[in-house]
Design a protein around this ligand. Structure first.
Ligand code: HAM
Length: 537
């Protein structure tokens, strides 16, 4: 077969949404909008205002807030270096990985020139006025070292007599240059946000929100990104609806009201099988002592635990309590409960949160194993599960995070919040039969003839202005065909406009459900539709 023939048969690549991402289509998107609209309404009644934060932030922000050892930060973030220096980056790769042949004068001089070229461009990059290479301590140190090394290499090679000593000195400098090159970063290291609490705290600090009346109550909705193994209810791009209360006191009534707000929202959506689980994981005073006790107890049974839990004894013993491994459940049941090891302040706080929930009629179940997978939590933690979600059944997670704002460079600030997994919320609503009906049209305009077309365009404009959804066929169709289409689109009415109707100034409105027809003047039509809409809605 000739090459041309192969080319002809090559089919263009079929593009598909990336694994773990998906398209949301109508009519489902109408349902998403309804859920989001309900969140706007319910959260506003609790005095929350919407915040929109960027989809990417410095990786360091998430590492610091969520924790470098958590699965989210250590394995699941989409991270990239953001800079304008790809040529320089390539030259660095050459200098790093193509070692000069020290017995070849040409190779040595090429290396020397390339290093000098790199240094000059690096200096220029640092001095650029727009989008420069960031002047981080690492970069400044690398610059200083490279300047010294280039001078030193020039000096060594000045009267190059290739004695073993000279070659060894040159080789040493190449090694040092590699070390300097390795630490250079040409731009910020950024990540797609895996969650939004860190961003909201960053924004709280950046906009000096601590100087407005406290607490500041914010909510957000939008996509988050985690490189997890996709399955039902677990995606790599997923959506959260979340809220945060920052500043002011840590009064238990705040914890309870935040939880009451999520429950009210779920109730409004008629979410089925809602179960709230509650715990307190203590504070900086009492938790370390409990963690040590837990570690000691876990070490005693280390051999009976799986590899993940064995590792976590060292890194984060609390996470062992999260284990779903069947073989570990018996062991975990015998471990000490944190509730028995809380300090007096945490104990009082936890008791008051429970009391406050009871006052609000919020039903909860205590779960001493609820520790959550993000490092910033202290005291109150909670998770909510719902009907029909299989193994990924947490539809909401949250908790208190006093001290996070401070950790990110802001003032000492109390904080509590939650995030709802919107994909899971919608899945659960659909599983219990709350799927949206396909979106029909109010009016389908069946027109025939040029004069009727002009009238139809005007009628469509007026009807849409009055808030009705209108389908106006772009080309003339026989009335029979047009009415068939109106049916297929689920239209409630067909407005029939032919030459007669236009000449008489009386338009025919056909109700598609029963086939009845009535004539209206242009002025009466909208009034009639408005009234019948009020009756039917
Ligand atoms: P989180 O528990 O990591 O907490 O996530 C909250 C919710 O997001 C989960 O309960 C789940 O419904 C949903 N979710 C998480 N990962 C995925 C995924 N891969 N696919 C689908 N849904 C997912 C946080 O993100 C904290 N920022 C919550 C918070 C706010 N705590 C205090 N304030």
């Amino acid at each position: 077969m000739s090459e041309g023939a192969v080319k002809k048969e090559e089919k263009p690549r079929k593009f598909q949404a990336i694994r773990g991402t998906r398209d949301l289509l109508p009519p489902e998107t109408a349902f998403w909008n309804r859920v989001e609209q309900t969140a706007h309404e319910v959260f506003a009644t609790f005095g929350f205002g919407e915040i929109r934060v960027p989809i990417f932030e410095p990786t360091e922000l998430f590492a610091r807030a969520v924790g470098g050892d958590t699965d989210i930060v250590s394995k699941e973030m989409y991270t990239f270096e953001d800079h304008d220096f790809s040529d320089l980056d390539k030259l660095r790769t050459i200098l790093l990985f193509r070692a000069p042949d020290i017995y070849n004068l040409h190779s040595i001089s090429l290396y020397k020139n390339q290093l000098a070229e790199f240094l000059a461009a690096f200096e220029a990059g640092l001095a650029k006025s727009e989008m420069p290479i960031p002047s981080t301590p690492d970069n400044r140190r690398a610059l200083e070292n490279l300047q010294k090394l280039v001078t030193s290499i020039n000096f060594i090679l000045q009267d190059f007599d290739s004695t073993p000593q000279v070659l060894a000195r040159f080789d040493l400098r190449v090694d040092e240059a590699r070390q300097a090159l390795r630490v250079i970063s040409f731009g910020d290291v950024l990540s797609l946000r895996p969650e939004a609490t860190a961003s909201v705290c960053r924004a709280y600090i950046e906009h000096g929100m601590n100087s407005v009346p406290q607490p500041v109550k914010l909510y957000y909705m939008g996509p988050m990104f985690r490189r997890e193994r996709p399955q039902k209810g677990r995606y790599r791009q997923f959506y959260q609806i979340g809220a945060e209360v920052l500043g002011g006191s840590d009064a238990p009534a705040i914890d309870a009201e935040v939880i009451e707000m999520v429950m009210t929202f779920f109730d409004r959506l008629d979410l089925q099988g809602v179960q709230l689980e509650l715990n307190s994981i203590g504070c900086r005073e009492c938790r370390p002592k409990y963690v040590e006790l837990l570690r000691a107890e876990l070490l005693k049974v280390k051999d009976k635990l799986g590899a993940d839990s064995q590792r976590r004894i060292e890194t984060n013993p609390l996470r062992v309590l999260d284990s779903k491994l069947e073989s570990e459940q018996g062991i975990i049941a015998t471990l000490p409960h944190i509730a028995d090891h809380l300090c007096e302040d945490c104990k009082t706080h936890y008791a008051a949160v429970k009391h406050q929930l009871e006052m609000r009629g919020v039903i909860y179940r205590e779960n001493w194993r609820l520790v959550r997978g993000l490092d910033y939590y202290m005291r109150t933690t909670f998770e909510i599960t719902a009907h029909g979600l299989g193994s990924q059944n947490a539809v909401c997670g949250g908790g208190r995070y006093d001290g996070l704002v401070e950790l990110l460079g802001g003032p000492a600030t109390k904080g509590i919040g939650f995030a709802i997994g919107e994909d899971r919320l919608i899945l659960s609503l659909q599983e219990s039969g709350k799927a949206p009906a396909a979106q029909g049209r109010d009016v389908y305009i069946a027109w025939m003839g040029d004069r009727a077309h002009a009238t139809a365009i005007r009628a469509a404009k007026d009807l849409r202005k009055a808030g009705f959804s209108v389908e106006l066929p772009p080309v003339e169709l026989k009335f029979g065909k047009a009415l068939g289409q109106a049916d297929k689109l689920g239209a409630r009415y067909a407005l029939i406009l032919g030459d007669n109707e236009v000449a008489e100034g009386l338009w025919t409105l056909k109700t598609l459900a029963d086939g009845s027809q009535t004539k209206f003047t242009e002025a009466d039509l909208i009034e009639h539709l408005r009234k019948s809409n009020q009756v039917s809605s």
